[in-house]
Design a protein around this ligand. Structure first.
Ligand SMILES: [Zn+2]
Length: 523
């Protein structure tokens, strides 16, 4: 099959990336994603690595060339601010300004702050079975991976200053340097400024006098080699240094980093290499449309999504146009699951060459493991069913679903996951909020009519059953919406609920009749 015309965005990215190569590369084509280990990995981290993986998969399918994904952790970065959701705030305040890899672990489990966060990242990525190579910045600096690049940066420090200075405040220009030596006396990195460059022996002079806010300095004057982890470069330069040293061909980033990526690309050219192919995506917003920040922890987490809905539905959601801002709160989840199920239902009927255009091809291992799902049972229906019958009995739910769709056997894997997750949601959110109210005499009268009409009805048509409350509403001259509201509040103990006809077909006429008899006291 020819993949050069596939229009799904990961393939467009792959096609663009392929144009960089005049011939097949002799080593794996490298993709990178970066992680800032000052906080715990979050949905943004997950989305970036998932999306990069999709481009990587599309690229290897398109070219048949070997590829590699590097998950890079910037653990040499200095801690500027203590995130609010981390323990031992006072202890951490004492270490402000030091590289994350030199700060004690506030959770007291690992050798350092960043080691704890790195482990969390690795655990997180492994849980979701991503294929990547983890690289710690600290290890890379110490091992000398960056030495060659660092020497070039020192030789070209003036040129690099020429790129950065126009982009920063005038008061900061004089002291700006690509290099941040780690103060050999107090161990801080955010407090030093370079006072002399010596490219002839790869050293710089510095003074530790840049206290700011809670970050203290020690006024030490020193001189140090720029090699093997004694000096870090500022983050835009650091980004270029990674691209340079690891020959990165592809990296994507959030919209907020577009300007930084431009500057980093200029630095990369000064260093003598072509910047990677790039792609920016829109940021994630919370329910109020505010940017989801790691330190505040507002907005939906991956744990929440995957506890109450299938992981694949999250991936399906993240796949959709990354250039569009996405809100992450519970409200988007049921619809996303239903969109995902609708896509599943249509997948097998797609022509083979159209399949790579579908998100499902990307979500399910290059189309290799897309489940066959042809049912019209969707997530809303399952949620409504569980909420209506108020049970956590999987067997019973399965029986109801079978009544609605006789062919549930072949889709049991997908259904079981959906039902289990909907039950979790029911237990945690729906059940505690249920409030059944007693109907008024007038309401009892209305529903006795509905009851009698339903009892007399002998067919099994969803639409005909749905027309019963409409007829009663007309007869008594009240809006049908009122009737449904009474039904939900009295019978289901909630404000909203499923379509009356759908619900009746799902649980069966007899069950609806007995519910009406019980709740409206109909004899
Ligand atoms: Zn110092």
């Amino acid at each position: 099959m020819n993949y050069s015309k596939v229009k799904a965005w990961p393939f467009k990215e792959a096609q663009k990336l392929q144009k960089r190569f005049r011939e097949a590369p002799t080593s794996p084509v490298r993709f990178e994603t970066g992680f800032g280990p000052s906080g715990l990995p979050h949905i943004g981290t997950f989305a970036e690595i998932a999306r990069t993986t999709w481009v990587q998969n599309a690229f290897s399918t398109l070219t048949n060339w070997p590829t590699e994904l590097i998950a890079f952790s910037d653990d040499m970065d200095g801690l500027r601010k203590v995130p609010l959701n981390i323990p031992q705030q006072e202890m951490l305040n004492e270490h402000l300004g030091k590289p994350l890899c030199h700060i004690p672990d506030p959770f007291e489990e690992c050798g350092s702050y960043s080691e704890y966060m790195n482990n969390k990242l690795i655990e997180f990525l492994d849980t979701y079975k991503f294929n990547y190579k983890f690289q710690s910045s600290n290890e890379a600096y110490k091992r000398g991976d960056f030495n060659e690049g660092l020497s070039i940066i020192l030789q070209k420090a003036e040129e690099i200053r020429g790129v950065i200075l126009p982009t920063i405040g005038e008061d900061k220009r004089e002291n700006w340097s690509p290099f941040f030596p780690i103060c050999e006396k107090c161990g801080r990195i955010n407090t030093t400024r370079v006072t002399g460059y010596h490219p002839e022996d790869d050293t710089v002079d510095y003074i530790c006098d840049q206290a700011e806010g809670l970050v203290k300095c020690c006024n030490h004057k020193g001189s140090t080699s720029i090699h093997n982890g004694q000096v870090k470069v500022g983050w835009k330069v650091d980004w270029a240094l990674r691209w340079y040293s690891y020959d990165i061909s592809y990296e994507m980033y959030g919209k907020d980093l577009i300007d930084s990526a431009k500057l980093t690309s200029k630095i990369q050219r000064i260093m003598g290499k072509q910047p990677p192919s790039g792609y920016f995506y829109e940021l994630f917003l919370d329910e109020d449309g505010k940017k989801i920040s790691k330190s505040k922890g507002k907005g939906l987490t991956i744990d929440t999504w995957t506890k109450y809905a299938p992981l694949e539905s999250l991936l399906y959601y993240l796949f959709q146009n990354p250039k569009q801002a996405k809100r992450l709160y519970w409200g988007v989840v049921p619809k996303s699951v239903d969109d995902y199920l609708t896509a599943l239902k249509g997948y097998s009927a797609l022509d083979t060459e159209k399949k790579p255009n579908s998100a499902l091809w990307h979500v399910f291992d290059k189309g290799a493991s897309v489940p066959d799902y042809k049912s019209s049972i969707n997530f809303s229906l399952i949620n409504n069913l569980i909420s209506a019958v108020g049970t956590s009995d999987m067997e019973l739910i399965a029986q109801y679903l079978k009544r609605y769709d006789s062919d549930t056997e072949s889709i049991m894997d997908v259904l079981t996951d959906l039902v289990n997750k909907a039950m979790e949601y029911y237990q945690d959110y729906i059940l505690p909020g249920k409030q059944y109210r007693t109907p008024t005499d007038n309401e009892r009268n209305l529903f006795t009519n509905i009851h009698n009409l339903l009892k007399a009805y002998e067919g099994n048509s969803e639409d005909e059953i749905q027309s019963i409350p409409f007829n009663v509403a007309r007869e008594f001259d009240i809006p049908v919406k009122e009737l449904f509201k009474i039904f939900y509040e009295v019978v289901l103990g909630q404000e909203r609920g499923p379509r009356f006809g759908t619900f009746s077909c799902l649980v069966g006429k007899d069950k609806v009749l007995s519910l009406l008899e019980e709740k409206f006291n109909i004899t």
